[in-house]
Design a binder for this molecule. Structure first.
Ligand SMILES: C[S@@+](CC[C@H](N)C(=O)[O-])C[C@H]1O[C@@H](n2cnc3c(N)ncnc32)[C@H](O)[C@@H]1O
Length: 274
């Protein structure tokens, strides 16, 4: 399975650390008892944006929601170790995952159970928010699947035919002021050149490697068209979040077919529902 490949585990670990490093600038705060914060993890896969499997271990770290809060320094150290591989879990009290692939939904729900999370705390359903694919009577229509404080689509927008429509659909699931986060790979002109030099071109490969779709301007236009606005006031008055990770994410030749493999970089784009 893709999620079990070493380079995917490394990437997943990078995603987690990148998300956690940006949490404060995204306005995320550790969850506190009695205040519900609801996350939609769209195209959730095994749950990398919610939590991530420890790259060096096959066991999931166990973390009851929000239990990491303490002023006791010894306890805090222990909890930090446990939360090392948690992505957005420490910031929320309830997660709803959605994925188009039933096997992946099962994987996600098994991962939630392995962390002793109840179905009310974290649960994924099968679904597709592409306009043509969402029947009115699906589980996606349940009131539980609206009013989110945060929605994230991580390393998945490049699989979708109409990213703009997906972002609009995700924004419609957010409460006003809710946060929409995209994790993707950066525009990667050298990767295109390398692919072309290797005679390996074509829409599918380009899409898989998201070599050109996720430039800052494109992301900003998509988020704005989805009904989002900037989170802060940048010098140019724009202020949509667009941060590129400083680590390189290598894709091995075996996965991308390009001789020597390719280097990618993660990006986080975000804005809030107007
Ligand atoms: C590369 S994985 C990313 C998983 C996870 N979000 C992460 O950050 O690692 C892409 C996921 O998108 C899902 N997917 C693809 N198209 C989808 C769609 N239209 N709606 C929902 N999920 C979709 C796939 O089943 C797969 O689990």
């Amino acid at each position: 399975m893709l999620f079990e490949q070493d380079w995917v585990k490394v990437l997943a670990d990078q995603q987690t650390r990148f998300l956690r490093s940006q949490a404060e600038s995204l306005g995320l705060k550790p969850a506190v008892a009695g205040k519900e914060v609801k996350l939609l993890d769209y195209a959730c896969g095994s749950g990398v944006a919610s939590w991530v499997r420890n790259a060096s271990s096959s066991r999931f770290d166990r973390l009851p929601f929000a239990s990491h809060r303490t002023d006791n320094s010894t306890h805090h150290k222990t909890k930090q170790n446990k939360t090392k591989h948690q992505a957005l879990l420490p910031y929320v009290t309830k997660i709803r995952g959605v994925d188009v692939a039933p096997a992946v939904v099962s994987l996600y729900n098994r991962a939630a159970a392995a962390q002793t999370l109840t179905a009310d705390q974290a649960h994924a359903i099968e679904g597709d928010l592409s306009a043509a694919a969402a029947p009115a009577d699906s589980a996606l229509s349940s009131p539980d699947m609206y009013g989110f404080d945060i929605a994230i689509v991580s390393m998945a927008l490049h699989h979708m035919d109409d990213p703009q429509a997906i972002l609009t659909a995700l924004a419609s699931r957010l409460r006003k002021g809710g946060l929409l986060i995209v994790v993707e790979g950066t525009e990667n002109r050298p990767a295109v050149d390398k692919m072309e030099a290797a005679g390996l071109d074509g829409p599918a490969l380009r899409q898989m490697l998201n070599v050109e779709a996720f430039a800052e301007e494109t992301m900003r236009d998509w988020l704005r068209a989805a009904g989002c606005r900037c989170m802060c006031t940048g010098e140019d008055g724009e202020g949509f979040v667009y941060v590129v990770h400083d680590e390189i994410s290598p894709v091995p030749e075996s996965a991308c077919k390009v001789p020597g493999g390719l280097d990618r970089q993660l990006l986080i784009a975000a804005s809030v529902k107007a």
